[in-house]
Design a protein around this ligand. Structure first.
Ligand code: GAP
Length: 442
């Protein structure tokens, strides 16, 4: 287990425009976005806790997905399935047999590593040469027992993907909503993977959150749907404010595809750690529904309305990890510039993602008339926008720097002129320009 301190030592440089991972990690801790899980006890590798600003940012990223792919469409159904599922789910899906990574152990220091991620001629921990044997397949599912009896029949797993909670509810949705093909079922929720080497801040976690869609189509129409969802992914990335030139599509070769996929395109992003997977798009055929039908003996066929035509639908799966989306948003937003000769760090979040929309301050906190007026304006703006912060800590310059670091798009300052004509100063995060405005115009 790595300690919290060690986990903050992940310093990586990429090109000049990409921030260093260590700078993002340090800002996230300093400003209350993301903390190491169980930090007070030295951490628990592969787990992270979201602070007040992190949870707001994460929800905004998730809400954009839900609004775009569920609320605004007529062909989508949302579900929220249980994390613990009958062990038969994971037997039928192939996860018990094949959800594995190759594991090697150093015979000198007994360090364990993912065989496909290291140079096998030399141990990365102790430096000894030729200490690794043949890789063993390590199953990444967290195993547990449901109920007080610890035997094979009570075995369950923390779900390693949210997808199976969708497939197991396909028939329920079909029978209660009678949708026409094509239609999709969407889910957001936690997933768990006992990664051999969690790494790179929130990029590879043991506890993660996924946003997945299983989109059911006629077998002959899978290519059309694949293409449509390929375009939908780009729309979502644009809505997160990710630069188009930082997204790269990768056609995944057969040998590297998951056991259920006949075609996969990965969407990679230029992270501080290099070009890595952000999201995926897979053609899962009828693999899952057919396996469920065989294992459960329940009919998974879809009947075309008004006909006798029946078949098991095929599936296109757009999938993304919330942490990967967050890391892309943080990477894009992190900016260092200079204001009046001083270095400044500013998180240029798009307004709809910013955890705090406005900060409201009295110019001086020891002038009760300014504080009273500022409190009145604060309450009005908060009623209208929700995520508004009261900030009277330190001098005004310090407040601006702090709000820049958390990505607040605008700061509203109440001064003596406000008492005379009711106008306030509104300072823009990105340009640092200040304008006098009537609060009603904000
Ligand atoms: N249902 C298909 C599925 O789970 P996957 O490629 O294994 O496919 C989907 O995972 C997405 O989940 C990935 O594109 C990535 O964004 C995210 N993801 C996977 N493993 C992760 C991990 N250990 N930590 C953080 N995110 C992860």
């Amino acid at each position: 287990m790595l300690t919290g301190k060690n986990r903050y030592n992940a310093a990586h440089m990429s090109d000049q425009n990409t921030p260093k991972l260590e700078d993002i990690v340090s800002l996230c801790k300093r400003r209350g976005f993301i903390f190491p899980g169980s930090d007070v006890y030295g951490g628990l590798s592969g787990t992270w806790d979201y602070g007040p600003l992190g949870v707001a940012l994460k929800r905004n990223v998730m809400n954009v997905w839900w609004k775009m792919f569920v609320d605004e469409r007529d062909d989508m159904y949302g579900v929220d399935a249980a994390i613990l599922m009958n062990q038969k789910v994971w037997q039928a899906s192939g996860h018990v047999d094949t959800f594995t990574d190759p594991l090697v152990e150093c015979s000198n220091c007994h360090g364990r590593f993912r065989a496909d991620k290291i140079d096998l001629s030399k141990c990365p921990t102790c430096g000894q040469k030729d200490t690794f044997g043949e890789p063993k397949q390590f199953n990444m599912m967290f195993k547990t027992n449901v109920g007080p009896v610890d035997d094979e029949s009570s075995v369950s797993y923390l779900r390693p993907e949210t997808a199976q909670g969708i497939f197991t509810n396909y028939k329920n949705v079909l029978d209660s909503f009678y949708p026409d093909l094509p239609f999709g079922i969407a889910q957001q929720g936690k997933a768990f993977r006992n990664e051999i080497s969690p790494r790179d801040f929130i990029f590879r976690d043991r506890e993660l959150e996924q946003m997945e869609i299983e989109y059911f189509v006629e077998p002959a129409k899978w290519e059309e749907a694949f293409e449509l969802w390929r375009q939908q992914w780009h729309k979502y990335f644009e809505a997160l404010g990710l630069p188009a030139e930082s997204i790269h599509e990768l056609e995944v070769e057969e040998a590297d595809r998951a056991h259920y996929s006949k075609r996969t395109v990965d969407f990679e992003f230029d992270y501080p750690i290099g070009k890595e997977e952000l999201a995926g798009l897979a053609y899962r055929t009828d693999f899952d529904l057919r396996n469920i039908q065989d294992a459960s003996k329940k009919n998974m066929e879809y009947t075309v309305k008004g006909t006798n035509e029946r078949f098991i639908p095929h599936v296109i799966e757009p999938t993304i990890g919330v942490e990967r989306a967050l890391m892309a948003v943080l990477t894009t937003a992190y900016t260092e510039d200079e204001v009046n000769g001083e270095k400044r760090i500013v998180m240029k979040f798009p307004e709809h993602l910013a955890p705090v929309k406005f900060a409201v301050s009295p110019l001086l906190k020891n002038k009760p008339e300014l504080v009273d007026k500022a409190k009145e304006i604060y309450r009005n703006v908060k009623t209208k926008y929700g995520n508004v912060m009261w900030d009277d800590n330190g001098n005004i310059g310090k407040r601006y720097r702090r709000q820049d670091e958390i990505g607040t798009p605008a700061c509203i300052v109440i001064d003596f002129q406000t008492l005379e004509d009711g106008t306030v100063t509104v300072r823009d995060r990105d340009t640092t320009e200040q304008k006098r405005m009537n609060p009603a115009e904000i």
